[in-house]
Design a protein around this ligand. Structure first.
Ligand code: AMP
Ligand code: MG
Length: 337
């Protein structure tokens, strides 16, 4: 009897200890898509799940990297067609084309020749002449992409999915973690954050939004659960020209030049990381006025815009969970959407 009692007591203690101890946690750092990524997951199978999620990110990079000659996108650009595109490629090219109309042309996957001329995909940065840009822009436009037999491109047209690829990779990685039963994870992929569920204790993830003018500081933070938080900023990739000017990688399809329309950082928060990624790039390019108009007309999109005069525009849906920090504590917040 005494032994039985001792056994039951020991079992109860074990149970209490188990329920109080931290859940299994696994994290890994990888370098993919030109970015240092830090992946963290909690719960059973987190190690195996993260390893597979990382493989998925690398697989997406292999598919979409314009600098790898063997990638599917390079094949498309080199041959001008893909008879049997993978489901991923077809989905992304179609999404890119559809979004172009949604955002009044700001998001344009056919800008690749212009991006090449600036040298953003290689290490030979260059300021193209006005004449070069006008010439290259005449062969851009999503109407030059066709879907009759797989994917076909008009002559001289090339596509780049760099504005959407990381969001898509994050979403695919999140799907894998969910298949493994993971209910709590944080994937930090540079300017792209993908969360799965809440923190292990059930509370929200607190995600910092970088100050685009001071990378060691934050504009503020947002508290979210099971969402993607994607930021586009000119500070992420740029070079200083011989004229001393900064030239960044987010190109205005109207001019073929780095967008300078008042916004210096655009963050989109939502359920679909792919869409958040495309929209953050688009809002950045649209600039303060057009982006505010877009957000006022699309109350389902949540965003945080930082302008060059350090004003904040925050949509109604995200404002309650946004906390300004540092120099932005006393800034006027314009609530839109
Ligand atoms: P993101 O960091 O998501 O804003 O994406 C920037 C990347 O998207 C660039 O490095 C280019 O590869 C690509 N890109 C630049 N301008 C555009 C544009 N207007 N539309 C679509 N993609 C673009
Ligand atoms: Mg983007």
């Amino acid at each position: 009897m005494k032994i039985k009692f001792a056994l039951i007591a020991a079992m109860i203690v074990t149970l209490i200890l188990c329920s109080c101890s931290q859940p299994e946690e696994y994290s890994m750092d990888i370098f993919a898509m030109d970015t240092y990524m830090s992946l963290m997951a909690y719960g059973r199978n987190s190690e195996k799940a993260l390893e597979e999620a990382a493989e998925e990110i690398e697989k997406t990079e292999e598919l979409l990297s314009v600098t790898r000659p063997d990638s599917e996108i390079s094949q498309l650009n080199e041959n001008g067609f893909l008879e049997n595109p993978s489901d991923d490629m077809l989905y992304l090219v179609k999404t890119g084309v559809e979004l172009n109309g949604e955002v009044d042309g700001a998001f344009d996957i056919t800008l690749y020749p212009v991006i090449q001329a600036w040298g953003f995909t290689t290490e030979s940065k260059n300021i193209p002449t006005e004449e070069t840009l006008v010439g290259l822009l005449s062969d851009t436009g999503v109407e030059r992409v066709h879907f009759e037999n797989g994917i076909t491109l008009d002559d001289n047209t090339k596509v780049d999915l760099g504005g959407i690829a990381k969001g898509y990779a994050g979403k695919k990685a999140a799907d894998i973690l969910k298949q493994y039963g993971i209910t709590s994870a944080l994937l930090n992929m540079g300017g792209n954050i993908q969360t799965i569920g809440a923190k292990p204790d059930g509370s929200s993830w607190k995600i910092g939004i970088k100050d685009p003018q001071n990378e060691s500081s934050l504009v503020g933070s947002v508290e979210i659960i099971d969402k993607a938080v994607v930021t586009s900023g000119g500070y992420e990739r740029f070079f200083i020209g011989d004229d001393g000017k900064r030239y960044h990688h987010i190109i205005d399809p109207k001019t073929g030049k780095p967008a300078e329309n008042g916004i210096i950082s655009a963050t989109v928060i939502g359920d679909d990381g792919t869409l958040c990624d495309a929209l953050s790039t688009s809002l950045y390019i649209m600039g303060t006025e057009k982006a505010s108009e877009y957000l006022n007309a699309h109350s389902e999109t949540n965003a945080i815009l930082v302008t060059e005069d350090r004003t904040l525009y925050i949509t109604r849906g995200i404002e309650p969970v946004f906390k300004p920090l540092n120099e932005y504590i006393n800034t006027t917040i314009n609530v839109i959407g």
